[in-house]
Design a protein around this ligand. Structure first.
Ligand code: B16
Ligand code: MG
Length: 217
């Protein structure tokens, strides 16, 4: 059965995807173009640096390395200003219950996030103590869709990849989980996450028997 459960952060545990979008949109607008929600879908789970490279490509804009660094810093400052307002009440519905249920059943739990702000956010949500391992954007070199972040998380848990389940809201994250040989659960729309093994809109829609089934599989 599956005994390792790896959670993405942004868009799975907290709805920070909207803040990433607001901050990147501001970046794009400062350069004279806009960033659509559809484009933003392709930024989910993507590292900060790669996100800015994509945005510049879409806006057909070239900048020097110094400006690139400044824009990344500015984006993070704007993003953190949104995050500053958040607290435990912003944990998405049924996430805490799911974590407690899995823990109670003896499963191991990890965070597998591309974000360099992951530890800060998990602390703010008062969820850090529930995690047996935390792997984030500071710990890996190859960003999603490379499976490194999830493989490292599995390693820290001491659970083989093929006994791990990954919860992901991002296309790139589902791809990463699949290529790591894990069971992928998409959190979001089937249209975006059709390559996941299973998709639920959110944790409210995920019955406990589904999790039990995975553990007993
Ligand atoms: P940061 P996840 C990802 O987190 C976000 O989905 C993505 O939009 C963001 O660009 C990336 O983290 C880097 O975040 O700028 O905070 O280092 O979904 O993998 O938890
Ligand atoms: Mg995400």
């Amino acid at each position: 059965g599956y005994s390792g459960f790896i959670f993405d952060l942004d868009g799975v545990i907290v709805d920070t995807a909207k803040y990433h979008y607001l901050a990147w949109r501001k970046t794009a607008q400062s350069l004279g173009f806009d960033l659509s929600l559809a484009q933003n879908e392709n930024l989910k789970g993507v590292s900060r640096e790669r996100s800015l490279r994509l945005i510049l490509e879409w806006g057909q804009t070239q900048i020097d390395e110094d400006t690139f660094k400044t824009l990344m810093e500015q984006k993070n400052t704007d993003y953190l200003a949104h995050i500053a307002q958040m607290g435990p009440g912003d944990v998405l519905p049924k996430v805490q219950e799911t974590l407690l249920f899995l823990k109670g059943a003896g499963a191991k739990i990890a965070l597998g996030s591309a974000s360099k702000n992951a530890r800060l956010i998990l602390d703010k949500m008062k969820l850090s103590p529930l995690f047996d391992a935390i792997v984030d954007g500071n710990d890996v070199t190859a960003p999603k869709p490379d499976p490194e972040v999830f493989l490292t998380a599995a390693q820290h848990l001491g659970v083989p990849a093929e006994h791990c389940v990954v919860f992901e809201d991002a296309k790139a994250g589902v791809t990463a989980a699949n290529s790591g040989g894990m069971y992928s659960v998409g959190i979001g729309k089937k249209e975006d996450l059709g390559h996941a093994h299973t998709v639920f809109r959110d944790f409210n829609e995920m019955p406990q028997v589904f999790l039990k089934g995975l553990m007993e599989a």
